[in-house]
Design a protein around this ligand. Sequence first.
Ligand code: ASP
Length: 357
Amino acid sequence: MRSALSRRNFFHHSFGLAAGGVLLRNLGLTGRGPAIGRSTPLIVTSHPNATGRRAMEVGWEILAAGGRAIDAVEKATNVIEVDPEDTSVGYGGLPNEDGVVQLDASIMDGRTYNAGAVASLENIKTPSSVARLVMDRTDHVMLVGPGALEFARSFGFQEENLLTEKGRLEWLKWRENRGPDDDWGPADHLRGLPETEAGLPGPPTHEHGTVNVLAVDSYGDVAGITSTSGLSWKVPGRIGDSPIIGAGLYVDNEVGAAGATGRGEDVIKSCASYYIVLRMRDGRSPQQACEDALAMIREKYARVNPAFMPGEKFVAINKNGEIGAAWSYSGGRPTMSVRSAAGPDVFTGVNFVTGEG
Ligand code: ASP
């Protein structure tokens, strides 16, 4: 889900208010929080909205018919990628600081221990399907920029302008409000006058969002995808965690899968998805493992700037159909859309900062 936060809130959150609850978690002593066991097959997404729920139905149809997890996650992710209203993923994603939409995506198939990714891909609505072709049709794992686009074209993908009118207006608003010392907006002598205030008003929000889709099929095989337009207004060419295997996504067929949303720079440095899967391998539940990863990141920053905690959302499943989610935003709790034989469901995880959940 796309969330809009001020740049400052997005980058870090104070821990002052919730120190007690966090401390216990950081010591790995609580392990509390939801850990729902469901029958498999199972598919989940970090998107709790209507499109996420629709995507789960598309993925579920494949799983219920005895299809593979890898196909279910791809087709489900495509539903979210082509949604023009979703400003965090695929078509309609918010652009970089030059107004160009650059997409990142990765896919991993536990059954074959294979992976594919694309980064800084322009003009293609469904980057996860391009990532899948990198996985299936090459011996490489990641293609970037013009090479990724050329690759997609060679497989018949149509080039389209991914910047919707909604995205373009948001970008113009950001450009005009990002600072008082540039030349965007009304002429200097008209600034602040009532008749010119109605230009492109609004705070220079820093927006972000990503989708993770994880599944286990009826053969017990696990697969996952992470797809994003990355941080809005990013420096052109910036690549986040989403296309990096081990950072934005990891799948281990013996264990389960994990995916990340949030400030990608921290997810890259902490190899968070790999860490979560390793924790599950060591016997931690998906819920505990997601919280463990946030505790690990907090601990790294504690040595440098104790007040700093980046905003991250981690989601995970294991082969038994247990689910976990945790985030480090200053309010609310992370939710996910879930689909299994028990029907559609919503999973609510833990707020690592406030201790809710
Ligand atoms: N993780 C994404 C990135 O850093 C953005 C997000 O999930 O908010 O590109």
